[in-house]
Write a protein that binds this ligand. Structure first.
Ligand code: AHM
Ligand code: MG
Length: 342
C-alpha cells in the first residue's frame, strides 16, 4: 500500500524542488509553505466550528453588516477571526484583507513582518450556513511588492500574479483544494489523525460539459448573451446545441466550483440589471481570482464574458466582477455570445 501523503509532506516536497532545480515550476519558498500550513490549520478550526452547528452556538446572524452592506452571520465573523489569529504572528505575512473587513489588516508591530499578502473570503456561501449545506473558505496569496510600508495599493495585483490560491470546502467531507501554479491538488481532512491527506493530484476539468450553474431566478435581469445561452441550453436536444443540459445551483461558489473541478460544468454569476452600476455580485479578489486560477490550473477557463478574469487590473479591494468559469469549451461557447453582441 502506498504511504499516505499529508499536506505537510506535500508542501515540504514542493519546497525541496526549489533546491534541486532553479525555477522549477511549483517550487515554493519556506515562508509560503509555512503560510499554507497555517491557512490549512485555520481551516481545520473553522471546520470544527461549522460541524458543531447549533451545539456550538455558531448559527444565526450577528448584529452587524460587512463593508458590502450584507448582514454578517456569526460564522462569518468567527471564521474571519480564526484566520487572522492563526496568521498574524508567524512572520510570513505583511498584511491580510478579507471580504468581511473594510480595510486591510496589517500585521501588528509586535510580530515580525513577512513578504506575503493573504486575502480571503472566510466563509463563502453564508446563506447556506444555517441550512446545513456545504460552505467554504476561499484564499489567495500574493507577494508584497518591494519598497515602502504595506498599503492597500499592494493588494491591487492582477490574478495572474497570485503565488498560491485555494479553498477549503466544509461539506460531507472537509477538503482543501490548492494550487501553487503547477496544477491542482485535493486533500481530505482525516478527522481521526487531524491532518489533511492528499486524495487527488493533477485535477483536470473535462473540456466539454452538459451541466450549467446559474441562479435562474435572475433570468429577467440578465444581459442578452446570457439569456440566449441559457435559452439554448434549455432547448436541449431539440435546440441548436443538440444535447440536453442538466442544472445545479448550490449558492455556495465553493461547492459549485468543487463540483466543476470534480466532473466539469460551467458556473456563471454574470452582471445583471438589478444593480446596473455593479459589474457583478462576486468579488474579484476573494472569489473570482482564486477560483479562476484553480480552474485554469485544472485545464478550464475563467472569464467575465468579455475578458480573462486573471488579466483584470484591480482598482479596489472589494471590487466585484462578472464570472463565467469551468469546462473550457463551454466557457468559450458561452463567451462567444458576448462577442457576437459586441
Ligand atoms: P457570500 O460570500 O456572501 O457567501 O456570497 C457569495 C455567494 C457565492 O458563494 C454564491 O455563488 C452566490 O453568493 C450565491 O448568490 P445568490 O444567493 O444570489 O444565488
Ligand atoms: Mg463569498
Amino acid at each position: 500500500m502506498s504511504p499516505k501523503i499529508s499536506l505537510t509532506r506535500y508542501l515540504i516536497e514542493k519546497q525541496r524542488g526549489r533546491q534541486d532545480v532553479a525555477d522549477a515550476p511549483g517550487a515554493i519558498p519556506p515562508q509560503l509553505r509555512l503560510l499554507l500550513e497555517v491557512v490549512a490549520r485555520a481551516c481545520k478550526s473553522i471546520s470544527l466550528a461549522v460541524t458543531k452547528g447549533a451545539l456550538g452556538g455558531v448559527l444565526g446572524a450577528a448584529d452587524s453588516e460587512n463593508v458590502q452592506g450584507e448582514i454578517q452571520k456569526k460564522l462569518d465573523i468567527i471564521a474571519n477571526e480564526v484566520l487572522i489569529e492563526a496568521n498574524e504572528w508567524g512572520g510570513h505575512l505583511a498584511a491580510m484583507a478579507s471580504e468581511e473587513m473594510e480595510g486591510i489588516y496589517v500585521v501588528p508591530n509586535r510580530y515580525p513582518q513577512g513578504e506575503y499578502l493573504l486575502m480571503f473570503d472566510p466563509l463563502d456561501g453564508s446563506s447556506n450556513i444555517d441550512v446545513n449545506v456545504s460552505i467554504g473558505t476561499i484564499f489567495s496569496v500574493l507577494l508584497k511588492p518591494e519598497g515602502a510600508a504595506v498599503s492597500e495599493q499592494d493588494f491591487l495585483q492582477a490574478g495572474h500574479q497570485q503565488v498560491a490560491a485555494g479553498y477549503c470546502i466544509y461539506g460531507p467531507q472537509t477538503t482543501l483544494v490548492l494550487t501553487v501554479g503547477d496544477g491542482v491538488a485535493m486533500f481530505t481532512l482525516d478527522r481521526e489523525q487531524g491532518s489533511f491527506i492528499l486524495t487527488q493530484e493533477n485535477v483536470q476539468i473535462p473540456p466539454d460539459t452538459q451541466e450549467f450553474a446559474i441562479n435562474m431566478s435572475n433570468m429577467r435581469h440578465w444581459a442578452p448573451p446570457v439569456k440566449r445561452y441559457i435559452a439554448e441550453c434549455l432547448e436541449g436536444a431539440d435546440g441548436p446545441r443538440g444535447k440536453n443540459f442538466n442544472m445545479r445551483w448550490i449558492a455556495s461558489m465553493v461547492a459549485d466550483v468543487h463540483r466543476i473541478l470534480t466532473r466539469g460544468g460551467v458556473f456563471m454569476y454574470p452582471w445583471d440589471q438589478r444593480e446596473p452600476g455593479k459589474p457583478g455580485k462576486l468579488r474579484l479578489m476573494y472569489e473570482a481570482n482564486p477560483m479562476g486560477w484553480l480552474v485554469e490550473q485544472a485545464g478550464g477557463a475563467a472569464s467575465t464574458g468579455t475578458e480573462r478574469i486573471l488579466d483584470i487590473q484591480p482598482t479596489q479591494l472589494h471590487q466585484r466582477v462578472s464570472v463565467v468559469l469551468g469546462s473550457r469549451n463551454e466557457v468559450a461557447h458561452m463567451t462567444s455570445y458576448y462577442e457576437r453582441e459586441a
